[in-house]
Write a protein of this length. Structure first.
Length: 284
């Protein structure tokens, strides 16, 4: 059964690493949850667990209902084989202050873990009640096909990938493959790290079409970028934001995506065309 993920959540990479920013970051995350962005994405490697600790502290200090939050965290490939996998999961649960992780992902694939072993370990964690579902991150079509050949590999619930307006290679084959096989797609860095990723031209911050659309709809260029990822309604985007202002801007993106006209989407497609051939899956 396909996992039901909200269209918009919050990423936490680099959060929790500065003591002087923790209060503001917790306020921002709590505001996002209040605005319906209850999916919190993190990983054991983010600040060596600092982001998980921040989420746990935020949930306790704000007395938020666990039912209002979907926790997604990721295990490094070097820790993804049992019994190390179980230790990593327990450590993440302790930092998060949670009894169960909603979605537990293999962060990336580097050859250090055999997929059948990883799948077996994930399934064991499900049976123990430590996680509800499991998935992967940064897997291309060939990786997904190999995963599905492993026993119970077809129980993979999600694949988290780099996807934004300037990195559309997944549209050619990976996103259709995931949809066909009932695997949820999650987009990390949907704002291209605030426009810092220069994987394509023209530049996000100076391209006339983006600037014109931002002016027409009275929004920021970054809100247009996020609306682009959300336009199909089939991808869960997890932008990172460390301030309430940015959280509130992000929260408006689903409404913006529905408001942008087909003519304006066509203009954006002309400026940043979809792929016409197989492309290497970008990673960050």
């Amino acid at each position: 059964m396909m996992i039901n993920l909200p269209p918009l959540g919050m990423g936490t990479c680099y959060l929790g690493e500065r003591a002087d920013m923790r209060a503001a970051e917790k306020d921002a995350l709590a505001r996002g949850v209040a605005l319906g962005m209850g999916l919190l994405d993190t990983a054991e490697m983010y600040g060596d667990g600092a982001a998980e600790l921040l989420i746990g502290d935020m949930l306790r200090s704000r007395s938020l209902r666990r039912a209002d939050v979907t926790i997604v965290t990721k295990v490094c490939p070097c820790n993804a084989s049992p019994p190390t996998l179980y230790k990593s999961c327990d450590a993440s649960l302790a930092r998060l202050g949670a009894e169960c992780i909603d979605l537990y992902l293999l962060h990336w694939r580097d050859g250090s873990v055999a997929l059948p072993e990883m799948v077996g370990g994930m399934e064991e964690l499900v049976s123990r009640g430590k996680i509800r579902r499991w998935g992967v991150s940064n897997f291309d079509v060939a990786d997904m096909e190999e995963l599905f050949r492993a026993p119970h590999g077809d129980r993979c619930a999600a694949n988290q990938i780099l996807y934004h307006l300037g990195s559309r290679g997944a549209e050619f084959d990976l996103l259709p493959w995931l949809a066909k096989h009932g695997v949820a797609a999650m987009a990390y860095c949907p704002l291209a790290q605030g426009g810092q990723m220069r994987r394509t031209t023209p530049d996000f911050l100076t391209e006339p079409t983006l600037r014109n659309l931002a002016g027409k709809y009275n929004v920021s260029i970054f809100q247009i970028l996020l609306a682009f990822v959300l336009r199909s309604g089939n991808i869960c985007a997890i932008p990172k934001a460390a301030s309430i202002r940015h959280i509130e801007e992000n929260a408006s993106a689903p409404t913006l995506a529905a408001a942008i006209s087909s003519e304006d989407w066509a203009a954006l497609e002309a400026a940043y065309p979809p792929p016409s051939h197989k492309m290497h899956l970008d990673m960050d």
